[in-house]
Design a protein around this ligand. Structure first.
Ligand SMILES: Cc1ncc(COP(=O)(O)O)c(C=O)c1O
Length: 413
């Protein structure tokens, strides 16, 4: 019997999110999501790692949690302890690291422990859509704090904290992506990090630090993580292998004290994240992560250059952006008359998928004429042709860009 022949509708629990759309394949020019560069995937290294680790330890797959317990595969946690110390200045033990099914599960677990309907959290005004949709589903109010070129604006944060205090509201956390912010690409400097920690501490509000993109910085230099800089605790740190290795593996992690991890572990209902991907990652990353990541970053940087050149050529001054210091996204302002939700629909019909700004912001009006383009997954040719098609659709819908600079190059597309 198929589910279609039985009417489940009257039995569904109230408050479910809308049904998921059926997947109909990737669009021809895909600038959406956080997909990675297929050419840069360390395929041979992963194959060798899978073979080696399965030969050596494959028998442990016969037990839940391998031989490592519920926090995740021990060598992967040990790799993270060393990596986080080297790159982010974090001092932690392997028992303060919980491996999760993607950092999305990390977000769910942090939210699961801290948030109840009606709560308030502080969040960067432009932020990760997945964080916003989760808050909406939980009935939690996000207060958006505007950003500048260095990320979260602390004057606005201080004002929001004071305002909430005046109304007897204690926000549950400040969610920030301080190191290559999604979608704006900013990196918060060390001094501002120090001030942010001071402000959060003074108001008794924890910081939820999402360091998803921190490995992908062009010059490889990053400030210490907020988690590393705090002297009073109060920071929960999450990260992911999705952007540095591959999103389909679904491996992320949480770093925090055991007291909080123990609460999260009690909510982690999957009896452990996928073991094989943890084993392969540990086997590959321990010797090769440090050389893989700068190579990946160089490839991404080249694609960013291609995207910026294509935008300059096709949109001219109609597309404004700050060049990001790392990551996989470009955050773009189009002229005020452009509604990027409408542009997104029209572009999709022409085979180009973009992320409209309002889906990545708490201020829908501010983000109306903004969009996010992911440059990691399309090829250089797809970037050029996709941007040319997008410019044509945008001109047809909104009259901008007024003139497309290099029409000749598009002949024969
Ligand atoms: C800021 C941020 N956090 C978390 C995630 C979730 O990533 P994953 O679950 O693949 O680790 C993403 C994905 O794009 C993201 O941009």
């Amino acid at each position: 019997m198929t589910s279609e022949s039985f009417d489940f509708a009257p039995l569904l629990r109230p408050g479910l999110p809308p049904s998921a759309a059926k997947w109909s394949g990737f669009p021809k020019y895909n600038f959406t999501g956080g997909n990675n560069d297929a050419e840069q995937l360390p395929r041979d290294g992963l194959i060798a790692a899978a073979t080696a680790v399965l030969r050596r330890e494959g028998r442990t797959l016969a037990t839940y949690g391998l031989a490592s317990g519920p926090l995740g595969y021990r060598p992967l946690r040990e790799f993270l302890v060393a990596k986080l110390a080297r790159d982010a200045g974090i001092t932690c033990s392997k028992d303060e690291v919980l491996i999760t099914s993607g950092s999305l599960q990390a977000i769910d677990l942090v939210n699961g422990v801290l948030l109840a309907p009606g709560d308030t959290v502080l969040i960067e005004q432009e932020t990760y859509q997945g964080a916003l949709t989760r808050l909406a589903r939980l009935g939690v109010k996000p207060v958006g704090i505007p950003l500048d070129r260095e990320g979260l604006r602390l004057d606005a944060l201080a004002a929001a904290l004071d305002n909430l205090k005046g109304r007897n509201i204690r926000p549950k956390y400040i969610y920030t992506i301080p190191t290559v912010q999604n979608p704006t690409g900013t990196i918060m400097g060390e001094e501002r990090r120090r001030e942010l920690l001071r402000l959060a501490q003074a108001h008794g509000v924890p910081i939820f630090e999402d360091d998803c993109y921190a490995d992908l910085i062009w010059d490889g230099r990053r400030p210490p993580a907020l988690y590393a800089m705090t002297r009073h605790g109060g920071v929960i740190h999450i990260g992911s292998f999705s952007k540095s290795i591959a999103p389909a593996l679904r491996v992320g992690y949480i770093v925090t004290g055991w007291d909080m991890l123990a609460r999260m572990l009690a909510l982690k209902t999957d009896a452990g994240s996928g073991a094989l991907e943890q084993m392969v990652l540990a086997e590959f990353c321990t010797p090769y992560f440090a050389e893989h990541v700068p190579r990946l970053a160089r490839g991404l940087r080249a694609k960013l250059d291609t995207l910026m050149a294509a935008l300059a050529e096709q949109f001219g001054t109609a597309a404004e952006f700050e060049e990001p210091p790392g990551g996989i996204f470009l955050w773009i302002k189009l002229p005020d008359q452009v509604d990027t939700i409408k542009l997104g629909q029209a572009a999709l019909a022409a085979g180009v998928a973009i992320n409209p700004g309002p889906e990545w912001s708490t201020d829908k009006a501010y983000a109306k004429s903004r969009m996010r383009l992911c440059f990691a997954s399309p090829s250089a040719d797809e970037i050029r042709h996709g941007v040319a098609t997008l410019a044509e659709v945008c001109r047809g819908e909104f009259g901008v860009p007024v003139r497309i600079a290099n029409v000749a190059q598009r002949a024969g597309m």
